[in-house]
Design a protein around this ligand. Structure first.
Ligand SMILES: [Zn+2]
Length: 71
């Protein structure tokens, strides 16, 4: 495979990845618009407070460890 061919292939893959990301982003926005059910939450630790909390994977809303929303 020539360099040129390789570059074209890379561009194609990149374009595909970007398109997929955009699609995911659109789906996310759609979910948030329709009321996010906060199904998947990731545990995080505050950088300063070191308090553990949960963050919704989709809308990034934060919850305490009991699942109550944090303002
Ligand atoms: Zn959510």
């Amino acid at each position: 495979m020539s360099n040129q061919e390789f570059e074209n292939l890379t561009d194609e893959i990149l374009a595909e990845i970007i398109q997929e990301e955009n699609q995911k982003e659109i789906e996310k926005q759609e979910i948030i618009k329709n009321g996010c059910p906060h199904v998947n939450k990731t545990e995080r630790v505050g950088t300063i407070s070191k308090v553990h909390f949960l963050e919704c994977d989709i809308c990034k809303k934060q919850f305490d460890m009991m699942g109550n929303p944090i303002k």
